[in-house]
Every structure is written in structure tokens, then in C-alpha cells.
Design a protein around this ligand. Sequence first.
Ligand code: COI
Length: 359
Amino acid sequence: MRTPIAIELTKTSKLSSVDFNNIPFGRVFSDHMYVADYNGKEWINPRIVPFGHFMIHPANLALHYGQSIFEGMKAAKQHDGKPVLIRPEMHSRRLNASAVRMCMPEFPEDMFLDALHTLLAIDREWIPTAEGSALYIRPYMFATGEYIGVQASDVYRMIIFSGPVGPYYNKPVKLLAEEKYVRAARGGVGEAKTSGNYAASLLPAKLAKEKGFDQVLWLDAQEFKYVQEVGTMNIFFVIGDKIVTPSTDGAILRGITRESIIDLLKDQGYEVEKRPVSIEELVEAYHNGSFKEAFGTGTAAWVAHVAEIQYKDTKMILPPVEERKIGQLAYDLLKGVRLGTLPDKHNWVVPVRELQIPV
Ligand code: COI
């Protein structure tokens, strides 16, 4: 039998101070967080405590050698007010795939689900309801070993916190196809949701922003030829009557929203090709008028239209959003499943358990 989650409720809720009509992404945090520790053999001491700072040792291995992984997932309120989690088992599995790659212990799925349901039962009032908003949930695990030396830590901490968020991108994004830096190479850690992948993207993203772009469109590390992803989201293109997305090759994050969109579009009778997509194919399609749409998908980004893509001297300006049939359909289908206004054919939506929280 697992140890029950110990619960310490906050004495000073911040809920009433939040302007739910104006929520910046990632700056507002709910009242509580879940914490558990790995002692070298098993996960112990699961607890929910008031959200806040914690102490860390100066020689913390995660800070020095990067054993740090995370997930991004969402909870929402359906049209009838019922709080739901979206595909929590998939996030548990992806977290554990990242853990294996980064030589970290897996976190048992039943503990993960218990943690989420208990945390959400306590902080359910933090789930926003405005259009485009959701409760963003951030599970993460990091090494807590306290010594110098490149080796896997023997001890770890798992934390889950959450916060209400608005849209990650407020308008269609402008992308720069990156020709100098790479995000990840095959055989590396690109498929893992590990902090270093995001750190590696910061300088190229900063340089792209200085040139007026919102993000970088990553190309493969061998030839700078094939499109990978955006770093904040996976990417889809509509070329002629075909919907295509780069096939995962070990260097691209296996996006859960990516999978959902592929299934939802297939349910509507569309075929989605998962295959290598070269940047030259996009340029050619742009010139012959068949490049119709591009959109990104991710937990944070949801479904985000791409306004333009720059590659070398070619600026591919895509049609206005009103003409985006597929991207808009993808957005509407996912929204409908999340809100419960469309059938949840694949059982992705998991109602938050009704739990009695001891006060
Ligand atoms: C997510 O989509 O959840 C991510 O972790 C990406 C980041 C842009 C917030």
C-alpha cells in the first residue's frame, strides 16, 4: 500500500487577488504544490504543501549537470463546470520516457494520477474559464544529490504545481528557419522534455526576436534540410490538399497535442502524413501557390497559427487566419473535446476525482 499524501493547506489563499480576465502566461501560481522524494530505492513522503520556495544545496547535481525533466499539461472546466484533466496518463508516460533517457528514476503512474487529482481537488477554483485559458500544470523532477562529479544522482525530487494561464501566443507567429544553431541531433536528448533542450534554444530565439521573429523553426542537425519543430511547439503544414507534420526521429519532442490533433483530423476523414519535410519543399510549395497553412501544436501553445516563415532570402507569408480551414478546425475540435461540447471519442478527458480534503 502506498503512503497517503500528507496535506498542509495554505492559511493565506492568493485566489482573490488574481484577475482571471487578464492572466499572463506562467506568472500566476495556484495555492498548493505536490512534493515527493526519491531516496535511492523508492518515492517517499508524498505531500501537498502551500506553494512556495524551498532550500537547495549549492552542489545540487541538477544545477550543475542538468538532470532535470518536466511536463506541461492542462486542466480545464467543461461547459457544465466539471473540472477535467487532459490525457494525464500520456503525460505520465512521457515523463517516464524522459526519466529513462536522463538516467533518472521513473515516477509511478498511480502516484502521478493521485497527486494530480488531489492537488486539483484542492485548487480546483484556480481553473480559469475564459476563452483560451486553462490551468497549466507543471510536473517536474530533478536530481537532489549534493556532490560534484558527472554521475547520475541517487536521490531526486518530484514537484507538481499549477497556475491559471491565458494563451501562450496571442497572435499568429513569425518563424525564422535557423541555419546556424541546432536544437537537437538524432541520438541526443531532443525527444526528452529536459531543461537543457530549452536552454539551448534561448540564444537563437533571442537573435531571431532581435530580427523581428517570434521563434525559431528548427532544422535537422545533420544537413539543415529537414524541419524539426519550433521548440515551444510541434509543427504542421497544409500543402495543397495534404496535411503534413515532420515524423519524429529521436530529435523531435513527441508532442501529446501533436498526437491529439493527428487523431482528431483523422476522425474527420483527413489524412495526416508523418514524414520528413524539407524546408525546400515548403519554399517550392510557396512559390507554386500550394503552401496554404502552417500551425504549431503544444500544451502551452494549444493550436497556434503561423503567420510567416523566413528561410534564407525567402519570406513565406501565409494566407490570413480567416482562410485557415485546417488550423482552425484543429483548434475547434480540441476546444470542443476539452469543453465537452464535442464527443470525447478517445477518452482523453478525465474528470477530477471528487475527494474529501481534510481541513
Ligand atoms: C508546453 O507546451 O507545455 C511546454 O512546456 C513548452 C513551453 C513553451 C511552455
